[in-house]
Write a protein that binds this ligand. Structure first.
Ligand code: ADP
Ligand code: ADP
Length: 228
């Protein structure tokens, strides 16, 4: 599903953020990406999203070689990936329904498809009764559920989450984790960068640890492994 071959990322100022990374993530995997600040987690995620390019090596996602992808084909790649941020990044002047619908409009889904699909997804994240509210009227957990709905509404092959529980209290964080696990159980591959030790230790999923731009651990049922 996701493969990195000898991937190195050196920023323009000379900082080596990732060095010769090789990793394979299979369809349906659930992967926690952990490591101290500066380890290269954000760089890893930005490479998957093709926000930045590797200095060396090759990245494939769902059999698409993203490295030499023509501009024309980038939307097709982005459609395969749903993304969830720590700070939700919802459109404040749009309702819950419109925020989710917007993700479908971008890929030019028909109004009919949108009318059918958005309520289905809002029901899945238990927000049917908040469809007409605006983000500022919602709790943090609810806002994150909207952003997850938006991320999965186009049925992506991969869900990438960067600290999705970072702004939430522990109880709400667990609700969000259950939702992400539920999405994973339906077959979506999940890659989640996190500092949430309790969550990683409890969930017993694959853990890839980065330190200084290198993979130092890759355990099938791993633990967080840091004291921060
Ligand atoms: P993490 O997400 O694990 O904290 P990052 O991927 O953000 O790690 O950073 C990895 C390394 O790359 C760090 O040394 C960081 O300072 C450096 N870095 C990140 N972004 C840039 C950039 N745009 N330009 C130069 N160096 C960067
Ligand atoms: P599953 O759906 O696989 O039965 P859950 O998604 O409910 O499990 O939870 C995944 C893991 O998180 C389990 O190990 C569960 O014990 C743990 N967990 C769920 N909710 C909480 C919570 N509120 N506090 C601590 N651990 C929790």
């Amino acid at each position: 599903m996701i493969e990195l071959f000898n991937v190195t990322k050196q920023y323009k100022n000379g900082t080596s953020a990732l060095s010769n990374i090789n990793v394979q993530i299979s369809k349906g995997d659930f992967v926690f990406l952990v490591g101290p600040s500066g380890a290269g987690k954000s760089t890893f995620i930005k490479l998957l999203l093709k926000e930045i390019e590797p200095t060396e090596g090759r990245i494939t996602i769902d059999d698409i070689d993203t490295t030499n992808l023509s501009k024309r084909k980038i939307p097709m790649l982005r459609r395969k990936i749903g993304f969830v941020f720590q700070d939700f990044r919802l459109l404040q002047n749009k309702t819950v329904f419109e925020n989710v619908a917007f993700a479908m409009e971008i890929i030019e889904a028909s109004p009919k498809e949108i009318r059918r699909q958005v309520p289905t997804i809002l029901s899945m994240v238990a927000l049917s009764d908040k469809a007409n509210m605006y983000p500022e009227q919602l709790s943090g957990g609810e806002q994150q559920r909207v952003s997850i709905a938006r991320a999965i509404v186009n049925n992506p092959a991969v869900l990438i989450a960067d600290e999705p529980t970072g702004n939430l209290d522990p109880e709400t964080a667990w609700e969000i984790m259950k939702l992400i696990k539920q999405i994973n159980r339906r077959g979506t591959t999940v890659v989640m960068a996190t500092h949430a030790k309790e969550i990683v230790d409890m969930m017993q999923q694959r853990v890839i640890a980065l330190e200084g731009g290198r993979i130092v651990r890759d355990d099938k049922k791993g633990v967080y492994g840091y004291e921060d």
